[in-house]
Design a protein around this ligand. Structure first.
Ligand SMILES: [Mn+2]
Length: 502
């Protein structure tokens, strides 16, 4: 991977005008901001654009941007590996640019486990070098390693790499980062950009008034407290902890005294232990919390977790460029971003409320959420939260279908989430989505599905005429595939026994 990074560094030095394309989520926005900063510091002319997914429709947009801006080099971040065929046919084959750098961490298809670099393309994907793109490093992390190799002065960009990794949920619940992410965190700490401390891992410790810190807690969901405003007030009243300070301003977690914090944590431990009886969950409310010390206090930008949510909110409200400007330090963008965050929260809450009113169906292999009011940009988050808060059961994967999409498109976006326990039983959403996509395209005689992602979280674009067939077949595949892989491994054990014992 170091060799590939060096090649990317040389390619960047050789370029003068660069078009950078990135994903719209927090990791994609952070990755793009790192790319922009490192290029600007090298005095390159940079044009950039976030896109929701690289597919057969958006690649045309990229072609148009190339025609308009005439860059000599292209950089893709947080996407590209799964779309190498599109990049090859639409850009490489047409000889549009001199260099194409792909900085991605999504799992390659099985036949693409080797980097497909050539004279023009430099592909850097940690999965092709023995790292795990799900946990070891994010798209922003890959971009950071290139930036850091370009100049050690880019070490300050470590904070954005950590924001990206946080956005992709690469920190283990309660345990923090590992692998390359841990290295990035250490670099950021050594350079004074970030501070790691053991603290409450809840969302909003820098920004939320105390009652709301509990009312909106979902990691873990606090039975009897989450969503219950009265219970939250009562919780602090029982501990004699005032909710407002002498200026009548709401107090936030980071403003509490150590004694107050200790009292709250003890009470939470007791409550969570009673509700779950699982010491892992109880202990997990304390863990590595990352503070971005050069960002203004009492803002979302102060914590990696809240910063990534702010960026997600921009992307999911179709304003990813606002997120990029926030990363680059633009104050107006920050104010616009916080308004988008409020909108984002309202959209999520409304979508969850519709689900609570029974807005999902059960199939053999999965639960399906089909809500025309939920946009394709938040459907993935909504289904994740629906299972996190147990509004939808967790014994099967959950699939969200969004028909709320760009009007002129024939493609429907679907998203899937599966709990770790299901993945351990042999469920692999990405493989199921891809396999059924290939099968259905074969019998349909045309490409009707484009899919990608990870075993626990995957997505697909499906031609609307084949949506119901696709869902029915995926449901069957999700029932069968764990059984078939179990069968395979049993057969393998027999072979091994025979070889050993004769
Ligand atoms: Mn990512």
């Amino acid at each position: 991977m170091q060799a590939k990074i060096s090649e990317a560094v040389m390619a960047i030095r050789a370029s003068s005008k660069v078009l950078a394309i990135s994903h719209i989520d927090a990791d994609g926005i952070s990755a793009l901001s790192i790319v922009i900063k490192m290029l600007e510091r090298e005095d390159k002319d940079v044009r950039w654009r976030n896109i929701h997914q690289l597919n057969s429709e958006t690649i045309i947009e990229v072609e148009e941007l190339i025609a308009k801006n005439q860059p000599d080099s292209l950089v893709f971040s947080d996407l590209g590996t799964g779309q190498m065929d599109l990049i090859t046919t639409h850009i490489l084959a047409k000889g549009r640019v001199e260099r194409i750098i792909v900085l991605d961490h999504h799992l390659p298809h099985e036949e693409q486990e080797e980097s497909r670099s050539n004279d023009v393309i430099i592909e850097i994907n940690p999965n092709q070098h023995g790292l795990d793109g799900g946990y070891d490093v994010s798209g922003a992390g890959v971009a950071f390693f290139v930036a850091y190799a370009l100049s050690e002065e880019n070490v300050d960009l470590a904070e954005l790499a950590i924001v990206g990794a946080t956005g992709d949920l690469q920190d283990y619940y309660g345990k923090g980062f590992q692998g390359a992410n841990r290295e990035i965190a250490n670099l950021g700490q050594a350079s004074g950009q970030i501070k790691l401390s053991k603290d409450l891992t809840f969302f909003g410790i820098n920004t939320r008034p105390l009652p709301y810190l509990l009312q909106y807690a979902t990691e873990p969901y606090l039975p009897g407290i989450t969503g219950n405003e009265d219970a939250c007030y009562q919780f602090f009243a029982e501990l004699n902890i005032p909710l407002k300070d002498s200026d009548d301003k709401w107090r936030i977690w980071t403003g509490l005294t150590n004694e107050e914090k200790q009292a709250v944590i003890t009470k939470l431990f007791f409550h969570i232990d009673e509700a779950y009886g699982d010491p892992e969950i109880t202990k997990g409310i304390l863990g590595d919390v990352i503070t971005l010390v050069s960002r203004p206090i009492e803002t979302e930008m102060r914590s990696a977790k809240e910063f990534s949510t702010l960026l997600n909110a921009c992307g999911r409200n179709r304003r990813p460029e606002v997120g990029v400007m926030i990363c680059l330090g633009d104050e107006d963008a920050y104010h616009e971003g916080t308004a988008l965050l409020q909108q984002h929260r309202a959209n999520l809450a409304a979508a969850l409320r519709r689900l609570e009113d029974g807005g999902y169906t059960e199939m053999d292999g999965m639960y399906v959420v089909r809500d025309p009011l939920t946009s394709d940009t938040i459907i993935g988050i909504v289904i994740g939260m629906a299972q996190g808060s147990r509004i939808v059961p967790i014994d099967k994967p959950i699939i969200g279908v969004s028909t709320n999409f760009k009007e002129d498109s024939a493609l429907v976006k679907i998203s899937g989430r599966a709990r770790q326990s299901l993945v351990e039983k042999g469920i692999n959403l990405k493989e199921s989505f891809l396999r059924v996509g290939e099968e259905i395209s074969r019998v349909a005689g045309q490409e009707v599905v484009e899919a990608g992602g990870h075993p626990m979280a995957a997505g697909a674009f499906v031609h609307c005429d084949f949506l119901d067939d696709y869902l029915n077949l995926v449901s069957i595949d999700l029932v069968l595939s764990p059984l078939l892989s179990k069968k395979e491994s049993l057969l393998k054990t027999i072979t091994e026994k025979r070889q050993k014992g004769g």
